[in-house]
Design a protein around this ligand. Structure first.
Ligand code: NDP
Length: 285
């Protein structure tokens, strides 16, 4: 097994393969990041060509696809016959282009979107989205399972990246909402450890909302029988004012309030907040 890219994720991946008894070859632009894995038994490749030659399966864990080109383009002649398991995050379009680029150099490409931080690498309870040739995924599924559980999304190389970016859309905005909540709490003398149990309770209950609203959204039903956009506007306006009164930056809730107001201005004041899927430009109706 070859691992190229030894940020926190690549190092965890190299470690998981060592733990599973694989012979691991590693390469990283900043060579010293390989030291710990080498001390545990990994082989440090002196060049990218050497890393590619060492194994058929090459895991890439780089910041994005631009980094992949920066690393592999100069060594492209050594790509023939390799299987690139590209676990670097990027857009669906860039991952599709990456798969075409790999094929041009005689390599096969699986796209992956890892849904855990480094601490979860090696744990089957976390999943990685994969897409690309099904035969390739099935042939190497056991090797991939050393890292995390697997969730194969389909042949289109962009699909794993798309599912990953969908999850990131939710993840980053939710995490930031929590950080904003902590700032507002702190400005009012409430410690993170005092408010976070309430945050966890709210987030834990979110699944029920999603289950309740999903079939209604798919059926195009946005009736305001449970909540209405007009109520949400008033409620979030209170949050924005509480934030301002506390001397905390209100930009985040104010931006959300703006989208609620847009929904109201487009004539959906009496509808459920779910109408925002359309206001955002989605076609779920
Ligand atoms: P980092 O950005 O810390 O590390 C990425 C690696 O990319 C490093 O080895 C770095 O080399 C290399 N790199 C970046 N640019 C270049 C370049 N131009 N030329 C050569 N090498 C380059 O990322 P992580 O390890 O945290 O994550 C790796 C991937 O996994 C990312 O796509 C990330 O989005 C994704 N991911 C990360 C998670 C996390 O919690 N960290 C969770 C899930 C997915 P060097 O050491 O020399 O700088």
């Amino acid at each position: 097994m070859t691992v190229i890219g030894l940020g926190p994720m690549g190092r965890a991946m190299g470690g998981a393969y060592l733990d599973a008894g694989y012979r691991v070859t590693v390469w990283n632009r900043t060579a010293s990041r390989a030291d710990e894995l080498v001390a545990r038994g990994a082989v440090r490749a002196a060049t990218v060509e050497e890393a590619l030659a060492a194994n058929e399966v090459v895991v890439l864990s780089l910041t994005g696809y631009a980094a992949m080109y920066a690393v592999l383009e100069p060594a492209a002649a050594a790509l023939e016959g390799r299987v690139l398991v590209n676990l670097s995050s990027d857009t669906p379009e860039n991952t599709r282009a990456g798969a075409v680029w790999a094929a041009r150099h005689g390599a096969r490409h699986l796209t992956g979107g890892v849904q855990t931080p480094p601490s979860g690498i090696g744990s089957p309870e976390f999943d990685t989205f994969y897409s690309g040739p099904r035969d390739l995924f099935e042939r190497y599924e056991d090797v991939l399972k050393v890292l995390t559980g697997t969730d194969y999304r389909g042949e289109d190389p962009g699909l794993a990246a798309l599912y990953y970016q969908l999850q990131m859309d939710l993840f980053w905005t939710t995490l930031t909402a929590w950080l904003h909540m902590l700032a507002l709490a702190d400005a009012n003398g409430i410690k993170p450890s005092e408010i976070t149990p309430y945050a966890a309770g709210t987030l834990g209950g979110m699944g029920q909302f999603l289950d309740f609203y999903t079939p209604r959204i798919e059926a195009g039903r946005h009736s305001g029988d449970v909540e209405r956009i007009s109520m949400a506007v008033a409620s979030l306006d209170h949050v924005v004012h509480t934030t301002r009164d506390s001397g905390v930056d209100p930009a985040l809730p104010a931006a959300v309030l703006e989208t609620f107001r847009r929904g109201a201005a487009e004539g959906y004041e009496e509808d459920s907040l779910t109408r925002l899927v359309e206001v955002f430009g989605g076609g779920a109706a």
